[in-house]
Design a protein around this ligand. Structure first.
Ligand code: PLP
Length: 431
């Protein structure tokens, strides 16, 4: 029997009267997969349930924070213990000290860290700091990388050799967009050209060391090392946006996984254990410029929020257990193999990228190495696939260009069920 989404549909209808598009973040509206979103009632482990009582195996995991799955007992317990002491004080606590120490110990390039409330705030603040430190204005970003929704980074490629950015949203001033240069992921040649023309004006390069916002696109051999060298040569800062990859690719993030050290690192998601958080950090020399130690202003009413710090600490403690990342990798490999086999059996060309517990099946026969190749995916096929998976109780990202997140709560049995459903969904695409 086809699942009913009656209550969700009624809620979505009503929500659109009060909330723009009915959602508080655009992708949640399911626009690009041609259906409407289930409203979620509760979650546990690898599962979520909607208000109509449908159960799903969840591969969105709140877009990455829930590497331990939903309601991990250690995280819930830490939040409950913290609640007994209050919810926020706007004053320093032992919890922010503990989490800061854990982050600095984990990430090889980070000696000091400042907590904020979202990934957007982290990248926005890191850019300000990079500009202040270098005394330069221009920022290089890569097409297909997402760093949050502040003005400097809501940019796509403009025309012209230097690919000066143009706003991707009305309301972003053109002169701000003009300070952002748009480059191509994994294309060192273009970058060298950009630096040879504008190197003296470039404050920094911001990059997702493994791109997770155009599906999953790993850095080509030598790409991150090339960025490091270019920044060294031209006196620019290398900023790794590890909002997804931090504590995801390894306990030391992408920088430890690929062994390339940035000057600044942006974090979010996992370090808040499912509560709102962000952070940016780097060497003592650079971070000492942040107020009140230095002149670069940045602040936040709820920054370092005790509940978020507690959930983050509990999450990182779990991730310190031996074998966690090997096990995540094993399960993720199992899913990737199953998905690839199911696609082949159904005769649907799919290009699958996977690194550790992140993966994406692109509906294209081309290898995906950058935004242009990711864009060869057939998004209508993805939408058909997605809707079939949803009906079979598998909750994937409601857009092609997103990662599937594997958590420690996903069992081999969950993965088997997912692969069985995927075979049916690929067949629906092939029809
Ligand atoms: N950076 C990356 C790599 C992200 O994936 C995201 C969000 O998904 C952000 C920054 C922005 O984080 P937030 O949504 O917490 O503002």
């Amino acid at each position: 029997m086809a699942p009913s989404y009656q209550k969700s549909r009624a809620m979505f209808e009503e929500a659109q009267h009060y909330i723009p598009g009915g959602v508080n973040s655009p992708v949640r509206a399911f626009k690009s997969v041609g259906t409407t979103p289930p409203f979620i009632a509760r979650a546990n482990g690898s599962r979520i349930w909607d208000v109509d009582g449908n159960e799903y195996i969840d591969y969105v995991c709140s877009w990455g924070p829930l590497i331990l799955g939903h309601r991990h007992p250690a995280v819930i317990h830490a939040i409950q213990r913290c609640l007994e002491r209050g919810t926020t004080y706007g004053a320093p606590t032992d919890l922010e000290l503990t989490l800061a120490q854990m982050v600095c110990e984990a990430l090889p390039s980070v000696e000091m860290v400042r907590m904020v409330n979202s990934g957007t705030e982290a990248t926005m603040s890191a850019l300000r700091l990079a500009r202040a430190y270098t005394g330069r204005n221009k920022i290089v970003k890569f097409e297909g990388c997402y760093h949050g929704h502040h003005d400097s980074l809501l940019i796509k490629a403009g025309s012209g050799c230097l690919t000066h950015g143009v706003p991707t949203s009305p309301g972003v001033p053109e002169d701000i967009a003009g300070s952002t240069i748009n480059a191509r992921y994994n294309d060192m040649e273009l970058l060298e050209k950009i630096f040879s023309e504008a190197g003296n004006d470039i404050a920094g390069i911001i990059v997702e060391p493994l791109a997770g916002n155009m599906g999953v696109v790993p850095p080509a051999n030598g790409f991150l090392e090339g960025l490091r060298e270019l920044c060294n040569k031209h006196g620019a800062l290398l900023i790794f946006d590890e909002v997804i990859t931090g504590f995801r690719l390894s306990y030391g993030g992408a920088q430890a996984y690929y062994n390339v050290m940035p000057d600044l690192t942006c974090l979010g998601k996992i370090i808040g254990g499912g509560l709102p958080v962000g952070a940016y950090g780097g060497s003592r020399e650079i971070m000492q410029m942040v107020s009140p130690a230095g002149p670069v202003y940045q602040a936040g009413t709820l920054s370092g929020n005790p509940l978020a710090m507690s959930a983050g600490i509990a999450t990182l403690e779990q991730l310190q257990q031996p074998g966690v990342y090997q096990e995540l990798d094993r399960r993720s490999a199992l899913l990737a193999q199953g998905m690839a086999q199911a696609a082949r059996a159904a005769g649907v060309p799919v290009s699958l990228n996977r690194v550790q517990s992140l993966q994406c099946s692109f509906f294209t026969k081309h290898p995906v190495t950058d935004f242009a190749s990711a864009s060869t995916s057939n998004t209508n096929d993805y939408a058909t696939f997605f809707r079939s998976m949803l009906e079979q109780g598998i909750y994937l990202a409601p857009a092609q260009f997103e990662a599937a997140f594997i958590s420690t709560a996903h069992t081999d049995n969950d993965i088997e069920r997912t692969v069985e459903a995927a075979f049916n969904a690929f067949k629906a695409v092939a029809e």
